[in-house]
Design a protein. Structure first.
Length: 106
């Protein structure tokens, strides 16, 4: 069982996509949980648009970002370096090491 492999429901995705979309790529999708036809995956498969999201260009995308918690700091750094925009879905976890990176409240 992969505890880092989580997703939001289709209803949640539709609500967030209507607010901040349309999203153009699911940066951390899999063939069975992607929310958008175009997705980057960790491993190669027939339908992926690219392997390893951090090896792809995000600057022209509106990224959908639901990812393993341990990748949140790296993702924020990559987004900043790429000038990327997107919707990053994270757990409400104020004691997490990544939380200060998301807020101005320390």
């Amino acid at each position: 069982m992969d505890f880092d492999d989580w997703q939001v429901t289709e209803d949640v995705f539709k609500d967030l996509d209507s607010l901040w979309g349309p999203h153009t790529v699911d940066c951390f999708g899999t063939y069975y949980n992607r929310k958008i036809a175009r997705y980057f995956s960790r491993f190669w498969n027939l339908e992926t648009s690219g392997i390893d999201a951090f090896m792809q260009a995000w600057e022209v995308e509106n990224c959908w970002l639901v990812l393993p918690v341990y990748l949140i700091p790296r993702t924020l750094t990559y987004m900043y370096s790429q000038g990327a925009k997107g919707t990053l879905v994270v757990p409400l976890w104020k004691s997490a090491l990544f939380w200060p990176l998301l807020t101005n409240i320390y």
